[in-house]
Design a protein around this ligand. Sequence first.
Ligand code: GLP
Length: 246
Amino acid sequence: MKVVRVETYEEMSSKAAQIVEQQIQKNNRSVLGLATGSTPVGLYENLIQGVKERGMSYRDIHTVNLDEYLGLSGTDPQSYRYFMNEKLFQHIDIDLANTHIPNGKATSVEEECQRYEAMVNEIGPVDLQILGMGMNGHIGFNEPGTPENSVTHSIELEPSTRSSNARFFDSLDEVPTHAITMGIASILKSKQILVLASGESKAQAVKVLLEGNVSEEFPASFLWNHQDVTIIVDKDAYSLVTEKEE
Ligand SMILES: N[C@@H]1[C@@H](O)[C@H](O)[C@@H](COP(=O)(O)O)O[C@@H]1O
């Protein structure tokens, strides 16, 4: 795992954007794996700027998102589909038909998981997967206890995950209890993975990740089993890493 240390959230976001744009310049038909949460918002702002100021184009880019809340339709402002449209897709020249996010309103959740996994495999492999990380080490919505061989599945969110995501909702009660997420195995099929971590609230998770012990109890640790992972960490998120791990 390559660790890139930066000072600020802004620096993390612009470095990440450079990596994404390099991938697009290498192959303008790339498949990008995208994430939600507050961490990648600055990256998305930089990508939008790239279209406006650097002549970047997403015309032939395909995207797959990691996860979606169950019970929310794409028009619900709290859904991840809505988030992606607002924060990125509607500001760039991407064809919305080429953007994929699990359907949180599917009548059969099991069938939706199978459909999504098959779709990712068909348009994949993902060339570059962007990941944030939950405070408990979750990636996508793969909570602690998720096995390495997991594919797209539905899960019950941990109380701590619901409370940390409650800031996006009017109240904790409104945070869905379940979600669909790509599995660990689905994520590890990506050719290249870029993890972003910013702020003090992620310092403990970054410390645990960089200790390097691979365990189901800390799902992000499975990233050690991938050949090409870069993590960009800002100063606050790196603050608990001791010299031993460096
Ligand atoms: N499903 C998402 C994850 O993909 C994301 O990485 C995590 C961290 O969010 P944030 O970036 O807001 O800290 O939140 C959610 O749980």
